[in-house]
Design a protein around this ligand. Sequence first.
Ligand SMILES: [Zn+2]
Length: 330
Amino acid sequence: MFKIKVIKKFAMFFRTSIKLTTITIISAFLIISLVAFFYKPIYAVTLNGELIGYTENKSKLQNEINKYMEGEEKEGVAFRQIDAVPEYTLCLLKKDIVPNEEEIYEKVTQNGTQYYKYYAITDNGKEKLYVSTFKDAESVIKKLKDKNSVNKNDIGIVEKYDTKTKEFTSVDKCVSKLYEAPKVVYTASASSGYVSGSSSAKVDIDITLIRPISGVITSRFGSRESIRSSPHRGLDIAAPTGTPIKAAASGTVVSAGYSGSYGNMILISHGNGLQTLYGHCSVLNVSKGQAVTQGQIIGKVGTTGNVTGPHLHLEVRINGVLYNPQNYVY
Ligand SMILES: [Zn+2]
């Protein structure tokens, strides 16, 4: 009798348990369905701790941001930096929350720093000009080598990254700006027999030269004009025909006479390898072998030889090399 009672009690308890479990499962299921009906998992995106929006597709959004940082879609842009990296937190939020990836992208990238990539062309290590591609930089160097530019071995390329881009120069413009003509070597002729080259450098001389005439400089040493086939060998000073020409320093007349494109010219040796030449004279007042003093009138301005108007063509030669007269006088 007692045993039956125990069994009955146990059976009742067992039934109650089953009922309770069933109710619990059903309730849980209902709650989950309810949550699933009203809520969804979504990533909240924060930037510097500030909530800037939501995305359901975190990897797609981050890919877009990565692409921006790689600077993919814009030419010349090497990479970009963004001030802060977005952070993603998975949340369960009401379904009416709208993802706003575009807005997030804008906010993340708006304070980005763009780095441009370009190339500097250097001469002796100094940045001279800029081009946008390595190919351009290479062809500038190649062209300078082809033209045998004096500085061909000093030209280099430096890859540059900067937040600002530079003004780019075309390949041909770079070449013409950087080109340095090789020193002109003149063939020494038997009659003049003095000149072997020219130099833009300045060599110190102990002798002080004075201006042979005063007038307007119309062509400088080394200038290239359409009427010339080679760089200008001297300095042209325009003055009316008949203007007296003074010896720039004392010395000895090496030659005085007509000489091709120089017309009537005088060459004076001042010692220590220094010589001065006066071309296109109308009148010659000295002759070969004559000693002259500084300031002595040696001839007069004229238009003999290759000229477009009356002027004195003045040359300075040191040990047979042409130098810029303006380094010593005028
Ligand atoms: Zn001249």
